[in-house]
Design a protein around this ligand. Structure first.
Ligand code: SAH
Ligand code: SF4
Length: 393
C-alpha cells in the first residue's frame, strides 16, 4: 500500500491510484506521461482521438530527445498539446533536486517525483571496476575519442525491507516502492544532466542503489523495458543485484529483455550468511544458486557473486577457499565482485585491511575464479555501496 501523497507516475486506472484518490487526495501530482508503457500511452492518445503513432512520437520525445515538457513536443500539433495540458496531462519526469559531488568525480543526486519525496541515484565516471569481466573488456579499446564511460547506480525502493546487517539503507526500513517512471526517470534525468549521447557514450546501469529490486519486481522490469526499448540502452550493460529473492530470480530467467544478474552472496556458507543477511533463513545459498542457474545466459555472460568483505567476519583465506568451492560447483559460469565494506553510522563492522582484500582476491584468482575488486566511489559524499540513506527527505 502506498502512503498517502506518494508519487505514482502512471495515471491509467490502476488500483493504487483509485485507492489513493478515494483517500481524499483531491489534487494528485497530475497526469504523468513519463513512465507509461507504449500500450498505456496508446490508450491515452486514444482518449484524444489520436492514432497509435502519437504514442511513438511521445516516447521518442521523452526517451530519445529527453524532452521534459509537453509544450516542447513539436511533433504534436499545438492544439493537441494545449488540449492535453488542459486535461491535466504533463510529462512530469522526475528531476534532480540536489547534487553532491565527490573529489573522485562521482555525483550523488536526490531525485524527486511529483510529491517531493526523494530517492538517490549515483553517477560514476569511468565505472567502478565492477563491470570488468563482463565480456565487454575489448570494447574499451574501441571507445571513440570524446566519448564518456560511466556507470549509473539506480534505486528501486525508498529504503529496504531486507535488513542486511551491514547496510545503511536497511536502517530506513521499507518506506515505499518506486514506480516504473520513478526508476527509469532517475536514469533519464542523469543522462540529460551529463549530456550523454546514447550510442556514442558507453553507459552501464546497475540496479544497486536503495532497495531490493526483486521485491518491487513489476515496476523494476517495466522500467527496464522502457530503458531498453525506448531509450535504446543496452540490456547487456545493465546489471540487477539481488539479495537472493528466489521467485524474482526465476521470473528474471523468463524475461525476453533483462539485465545481467548479480547475487549479493556476501558469505561462503549459510551460517555466516544468516548472521549478516537474515533473508538466508528463507532462501539458502544453494536455493539461490540453483535459481540463478535457470537464466539462459547470453554469449560470454556470467552470473556475478557480489561479496562484501567485512573485517574478521568473512574475509579469511579459508572463507576464500569455501567461496572457490561454491563458484566451482555452481552449474553456470560465475565471477566474483569483491567490495570492501563501506562504513556507516551505527553499524558495528570493521573494514577489512587492504592486505586482506588483496590476499582474498589473489586466492580466488589463483584457484581459477575470476575476481574483481570494486573501487569505492564517492565515499566522501556517502555515495558508495551501502551508504545510501541519509538524505531522504
Ligand atoms: N538490494 C540489492 C541491491 C542494492 S545493494 C542487493 O542487496 O543486492 C548493492 C550492493 O551493495 C549489494 O551487493 C550489497 O551487499 C552491497 N552493500 C550493502 N551495504 C554495503 C556496505 N556498507 N559496504 C559495501 N557494500 C555494501
Ligand atoms: Fe536491502 Fe540490498 Fe541493503 Fe540488503 S544490501 S538491506 S537487500 S539494499
Amino acid at each position: 500500500m502506498l502512503p498517502k501523497g506518494a508519487w505514482v507516475a502512471p495515471t491509467m486506472p490502476r488500483r493504487e491510484n483509485l485507492v489513493r484518490l478515494s483517500d481524499g487526495d483531491a489534487k494528485p501530482a497530475g497526469r504523468s506521461l513519463f513512465g507509461l508503457s507504449r500500450e498505456q500511452l496508446t490508450a491515452v492518445m486514444g482518449q484524444f482521438r489520436q492514432p497509435a503513432y502519437r504514442a511513438r512520437q511521445l516516447l521518442q520525445a521523452i526517451f530519445q530527445q529527453r524532452i521534459a515538457s509537453l509544450e516542447e513536443v513539436v511533433t504534436f500539433p499545438r492544439s493537441l498539446r494545449k488540449e492535453m495540458a488542459e486535461e491535466g496531462w504533463a510529462i512530469a519526469r522526475p528531476r534532480i533536486v540536489e547534487t553532491f559531488r565527490s573529489v573522485d568525480g562521482t555525483e550523488r543526486y536526490l531525485v524527486a517525483g511529483g510529491d517531493g519525496q526523494t530517492v538517490e541515484t549515483v553517477w560514476m565516471p569511468e565505472g567502478d571496476g565492477g563491470e570488468q569481466g563482463d565480456g565487454g573488456g575489448h570494447e574499451a579499446a574501441m571507445v571513440r575519442a570524446g566519448s564518456q564511460r560511466a556507470t549509473v547506480c539506480v534505486s528501486s525502493q525508498v529504503g529496504c525491507a531486507v535488513n542486511c546487517q551491514f547496510c545503511l539503507t536497511a536502517k530506513l526500513g521499507l518506506q515505499r516502492n518506486l514506480s516504473a517512471g520513478e526508476i527509469a526517470g532517475q536514469v533519464i534525468a542523469v543522462l540529460e544532466r551529463q549530456k550523454v549521447e546514447v550510442g556514442r557514450d558507453r553507459i552501464n546501469l546497475v540496479f544497486m542503489g536503495m532497495g531490493e529490486p526483486f521485491l518491487n519486481y513489476g515496476e523494476f522490469i517495466a522500467a527496464v523495458r522502457l530503458l531498453v526499448n525506448e531509450a535504446s540502452l543496452a540490456e547487456s550493460r545493465m546489471t540487477v543485484s539481488t539479495s537472493g529473492i528466489v521467485p524474482g530470480i526465476l521470473r528474471l530467467a523468463g524475461e525476453p529483455v533483462r539485465p545481467r544478474l548479480a547475487i549479493s552472496l556476501n558469505a561462503p556458507n549459510d551460517a555466516i550468511r544468516e548472521a549478516i543477511m537474515p533473508i538466508t533463513r528463507k532462501w539458502k545459498i544453494e536455493d539461490v544458486i540453483l535459481a540463478a542457474a535457470q537464466l539462459p545466459l547470453r554469449p560470454r555472460e556470467r552470473v556475478t557473486f557480489e561479496y562484501v568483505l567485512l573485517g574478521g567476519v568473512n574475509d579469511g583465506l579459508h572463507h576464500a577457499d569455501e567461496l572457490v568451492a561454491l563458484a566451482r560447483s555452481a552449474p553456470m559460469p560465475v565471477k566474483v565482485n569483491l567490495i570492501a565494506w563501506n562504513p556507516g553510522p551505527g553499524i558495528a563492522y570493521t573494514m577489512p585491511t587492504p592486505e586482506q582484500v588483496a590476499a582474498f582476491q589473489q586466492r580466488l584468482i589463483a584457484r581459477g575464479v575470476p575476481a574483481f575488486l570494486r573501487r569505492p566511489r564517492g565515499r566522501d559524499i556517502y555515495a558508495a555501496c551501502g551508504q545510501l540513506k541519509r538524505t531522504v527527505a
